[in-house]
Write a protein that binds this ligand. Sequence first.
Ligand code: NAD
Ligand code: 89V
Length: 339
Amino acid sequence: MLRGGLIGCGFFAANQLHAWHDIDGVEIAAICDTDPARLAATGDQFDIAARYTDAAAMLTTERLDFVDIATTPPSHRALVELAARHRVPVICQKPLAATFADARSMVATCDAAGVAMMVHENFRWQAPIRALRAAIDAGEIGTPFFARLTFRSGFDVYAAQPYLAEGERFIIEDLGIHVLDIARFVMGEATTLFCRTQRVNPAIRGEDVATILLGHGDHATSIVDCSYATPIHDDPFPQTLIEVDGDRGRLRLEAGYRLTVENRERIVTRDVAPPLLPWAEKPWHGIQESVAAIQRHWVECLATGREPATSGHDNLRTLALVDAAYRSAAEGRAVDVER
Ligand code: NAD
Ligand code: 89V
């Protein structure tokens, strides 16, 4: 039985704890939160007796096979470094760090300590996105040369995550990061990028709209566009809608989890809806199922010694896009993505 310790008992951690509970061969043996009330509520809900308000005390006292960090970003670097000092494999929520330099240093620290590291970048693990990628891998549209990845919503994301209204940076760092990661997953690495940001909602501090044009070498172009300022009657939150043009056909992942594959001869629409897990709740169920999928992947990686798909090293490539997007928006010009 793998013994995990979870740090950060907030809004999203409940999904992670439900998913761990469902995975055979894993138990969350201890939890930690600096807020005693949240710690107690989570411990009671998931029946976990070993509770800590100090992560260092948890790491010193408990024998853990991995740590799952579900705190907000300002604490990520210190907590990842703590796990590395204890030689404990570590999962860290996105965004891995507030700066690209911090993230690089965290990945280097885990390398030096010889500990496995995975970033909890779960969006690419969503069932509809994997179905889209499987269609590309099966050659259904030939070679992709264009994609548009859209996340537009007016959902009140601030209700459950009030800190999102307070940061100098918002939608690229918190949400665009997922969509940029999907862009890599679907289209490969991007080399150049141009980004414009807007703040439409005057009640928040950061940008709530971002439009990003990516160049994937010479072979492909994609557009990532995100908005939390778009009033929509049937809001698709939290679905990422995607279209991909290939030289032999076209894919469209549309609202309601419909995947259409077409070429000049035929058009087929498939239902690629994610399953509704027993503990999941609409409209979050696709994200919740992706949490279970990425955590199962982590357990397989620990068992086999394989590098996780969203390892620290892999996630640096996504963070390079986030960094380039903010740089481009600030400078008002296209920029190269740091390698
Ligand atoms: P939250 O504020 O609801 O919860 C964070 C918890 O961490 C709080 O209870 C806080 O007291 C605790 N905490 C902070 N610093 C700590 C420390 N040093 N030691 C112990 N506990 C500490 O935040 P949230 O909305 O659950 O977000 C947490 C993380 O999850 C963020 O990085 C966010 O971006 C990410 N997130 C990811 C997804 C996704 O789909 N992958 C969705 C939502 C949130
Ligand atoms: O991923 C996140 O951190 C969340 C949400 C999915 C709502 O964007 O903020």
